[in-house]
Design a protein around this ligand. Sequence first.
Ligand code: KIV
Length: 267
Amino acid sequence: MKRLSTTQLLKRRAQGERLVMVTCYDATFARLVERAGADMILIGDSLGVVIQGHEHTIPVTLDEVIYHCRAVARGCAQPHLVGDLPFGSYQASHEEALRSAMRLMKEGGVQSVKLEGGERVVESVARITAAGVPVVGHLGLTPQSVHQLGGYGLQARTEAAAARLLADAVALQEAGAFALVLEGIPAPLAAQVTARLSIPTIGIGAGPECGGQVLVLYDLLGLDERFTPKFLKKYDDLSTRVTGAVSRYAAEVREGSFPGPEHTRQG
Ligand code: KIV
């Protein structure tokens, strides 16, 4: 089965479908996410937090993202794979941005790349798309700028900031981005941006009017009981279920009831 192309994704959206994107970092979950019918898998630099245990996404390297892209690519056949350009892999120059995007595609096996920011990355987006690499933009709460933003709060709350974000969105579309992640902005602004653009917006913490939604897989599965932001809906409580399963295993090992006869070969 061939992977979904940008053309097919845009066609789905044009037909009124909302695009389903979820993050994923390994082959096992990629297989399950594909079975669940996701259109797009984002190998996000959120891996720095949920896989590596960092406080921020900033320490993640391009080599690490490529490693996880390859694992995801081996685990599923159909979803469109978006590789995240991590902090420090595209900011220094347009040439660096292009080289990093090409590495993600060539070595990571993704079909498109995502990068954060507005005006300051527009030229890089133009060069990357001109080289044949589809680009997803990312505006609003851009976690790689956490120290500049001063935290993970709602963005673009003033009229001026909202106008800037709208102008950035238009500039990214004109530079060739084929989709745009909107993170952590007021829902009415996300609706306005969505109506203004011809490319799909994909929201996270940006309300229901976007052209699609994205969530971090570990968040939607409820793998961290400490993480409870307003935007997040937990579709399961795997934190409790995983702890329960491993506790039952530990108890049975300690009491000697595992492995039992049904899990034991005699010859
Ligand atoms: O890295 C990531 O997972 C992301 C999504 C939250 C959009 O950028």
